[in-house]
Design a protein around this ligand. Structure first.
Ligand code: F6R
Length: 608
């Protein structure tokens, strides 16, 4: 979603800001802009479309060593140049970039219009420069502070003033910001990715903090004026920017990175000789594990699907009551939060507003919540304080692939660890641990010979509607496969628990509706194959994802895609999801879609 970047220092700001904005592109956006401060004036350039359009419009030799950049994902107001950021006050002396939503913007706008202010955009953001101007009496920090006291909603903002070269003011409430310290230069960004190429020394702002940046450093206080100190953190190696390498798209590259990302996630955590696992980040004693009453996972989209697999494993391995829930529903239903339960917040970006909101709701109600997060130092990781990093490395494509398998793997490790303390014998634990550790090699083997993906693509590319189904953990894989195909190929499709088809959706089946069935070799295989027969009897053509060596499944498939066999059914999602990722990617290619940045989507969904 929206991205913020700011620079103060000795170097020309424009090229740095454009480079940083390119690194924010993966988050999804529809317009971009720059503000440069030079010669006592602010120059703003904005363009709809990609950062390259903005770069073409900015003079490469543009002067100005203080500047702001922004990528906008439209919320209030259409995608137009006027609505793109930065926004200016009436005198064009104050420029603001903003992420988040100003909830009382209509009331503030009416008030300011009553005082003669003329607005130039339809955005909620534009109230900010006008409001800051209203409170400005020569001190930029105090003007921003006063304006923010009048504002309700969420924001990460960065502001520059024509009267104050070499100064940027930034503040955060609900939208992440990170300050970066270089050698005689200072950065501010909404995502450490944007500045990872320039500096590795950062300070994360907390909610309701405000900072005054200069080339020499920063002064950080709370909005109420109280002093705060934060230690400088060093960005993880993983944040080093990754390019597409030999691949045409980040999505394909990330699919192929899964053997390695899974190895990183599992390494040192599964201990077969003890029949168990260790996740130090959870910081739970065996006694605490033994007294967990139940496990609840919250997350959105793909992360929620990983949670569905994880909770099935918690139930089966640890005999813990467990369920997964979409974070946006959980947070607003006034949930019962059992203080003995363990909540897990699953998120790739660690910035998803609904998941972060759910974490806060759990904490407010006295619950215990830990993160299962990819982005190191992200808001959810920091808000939870405890948890595990899944270590899939930077995921740039909007459609999540390697983060999903790492999230599933991390949750399976957690289930093994809890299981070993509560229910599982050493031998069962050892077998499960071995099966987990075998996965990266199996993934590698599958990706080297992925089977008849091209045939599946041919069938699906022409279909008006596609069904996905499975049972047990394979139902979560079916949901994930359908989500990928919607996102990347824009194909209407639906995932349903296989046995539920006959309770309604089977009415939609005819020869034009292919069915993708996920049928690993587990206790539900025979029953799922019966469900496959039911849809075939109604004319559906079927694509079956099944274990290698299954002799029955191919007979019921128009297209049969074998994946390597694993002993543990709970591990099968790490393999059965692979062809579904490849199918979504290849159908997207066949239909000419924008693979890495599908329409309307953002990588990091920081609005609720
Ligand atoms: C799907 C996808 C989204 C995210 C969801 C949650 O490919 O990427 O559904 O999974 O927006 O995002 P995170 O995991 O960052 O909380």
């Amino acid at each position: 979603m929206c991205g913020i970047l700011g620079y103060v220092g000795p170097r020309a700001a424009a090229p740095l800001l454009l480079e940083g904005l390119r690194r924010l592109e993966y988050r999804g956006y529809d317009s971009a802009g720059l503000a440069l401060l030079h010669g006592g004036a602010v120059t703003v350039t904005r363009r709809i479309g990609p950062v390259t359009s903005l770069a073409e419009a900015v003079d490469p030799a543009a002067a100005g060593t203080t500047g702001l950049g922004h990528t906008r994902w439209a919320t209030h107001g259409r995608v137009t140049e006027a609505n793109a950021h930065p926004h200016l006050d009436g005198a064009e002396r104050i420029a603001v970039v903003h992420n988040g939503i100003i909830e009382n913007h209509a009331a503030i706008r009416a008030l300011l219009e009553g005082e003669g202010v003329r607005f130039r955009s339809d955005t909620d953001t534009e109230v900010l420069p006008h409001l800051i101007r209203k409170f400005y009496q020569g001190d930029p920090l105090e003007a921003v502070r006063a304006a923010l006291h009048a504002v309700q909603g969420t924001y990460g903002i960065a502001v520059l003033f024509a009267d104050h070269p070499g100064v940027v003011i930034a503040a955060r409430n609900g939208s992440p910001l990170v300050v970066g310290k270089g050698d005689g230069e200072t950065f501010i960004a909404s995502d450490p990715q944007a500045i990872a190429g320039f500096t590795r020394h950062v300070v994360y702002l907390e909610d309701r903090e405000i900072v005054r940046l200069t080339a020499e450093g920063w002064e950080l206080t709370r909005l109420d004026g109280a002093a705060v100190t934060h230690t400088v953190e060093v960005l993880a190696e993983e944040l080093v920017w990754s390019d597409k390498g030999e691949f045409h798209h980040h999505m394909l590259k990330e699919i192929h990175e899964q053997p390695e990302s899974l190895r990183r996630c599992l390494s040192g955590r599964v201990v077969p000789e003890e029949g168990g696992a260790r996740l130090g980040g959870f910081d739970l004693t065996n006694r605490e594990i033994a007294t967990i009453s139940r496990v609840a996972v919250v997350g959105c989209g793909t992360s929620y699907h990983a949670g569905v697999v994880g909770t099935a494993a918690m139930e089966q391995l640890a005999r813990l009551p467990a369920y997964a829930e979409v974070a946006s529903e959980f947070r607003y239903r006034n949930p019962v939060v059992d203080p003995h339960a363990l909540f897990l917040a699953v998120s790739q970006s660690g910035e998803t507003a609904d998941t972060l909101g759910a974490v806060r709701e759990i904490q407010l109600k006295g619950g215990r919540v830990m993160g299962v997060v990819n982005a190191v130092g992200s808001s959810i990781a920091r808000q939870c304080g405890r948890g595990v990093y899944v270590h899939s490395g930077p995921e740039i494509a909007v459609a999540s692939t390697k983060a999903f398998t790492s999230q599933v793997a991390a949750l399976l490790v957690a289930a093994l660890m809890f299981g070993r303390t509560r229910h599982l014998g050493a031998e069962e634990g050892r077998r499960f641990g071995e099966d987990l550790l075998a996965v990266p090699k199996l993934v590698e083997a599958y990706l080297a010979h992925p089977g008849p993906i091209a045939q599946a693509v041919e069938l699906l590319s022409e279909a008006p509607f596609v069904f996905f189904f499975g049972r047990g953990v394979s139902q979560a894989v079916a949901m994930e496969g359908a989500l990928k195909l919607k996102e990347v190929a824009y194909l209407p499709c639906m995932a349903y628990p296989a046995a539920e088809m006959k309770h309604g959706p089977i009415a939609l089946i005819d020869a034009s509706t292919p069915v993708v069935a996920v049928v690993p070799t587990d206790g539900m295989r025979a029953k799922t194959l019966s469900n496959v027969q039911e849809v075939r009897a109604r004319g559906a053509r079927t694509i079956l994802v099944h274990a290698e060596g299954d002799e029955d499944a191919p007979a019921l498939a128009d297209i049969s895609i074998p994946v390597p066999r694993t002993r543990s059914a709970l591990v099968s999602p790490l393999l059965t999801v692979l062809p579904l990722q490849l199918i979504a990617y290849q159908v997207g290619i066949a239909l000419g879609r924008n693979i890495d940045r599908p329409r309307n989507l953002a990588k990091s969904v920081t609005v609720e």
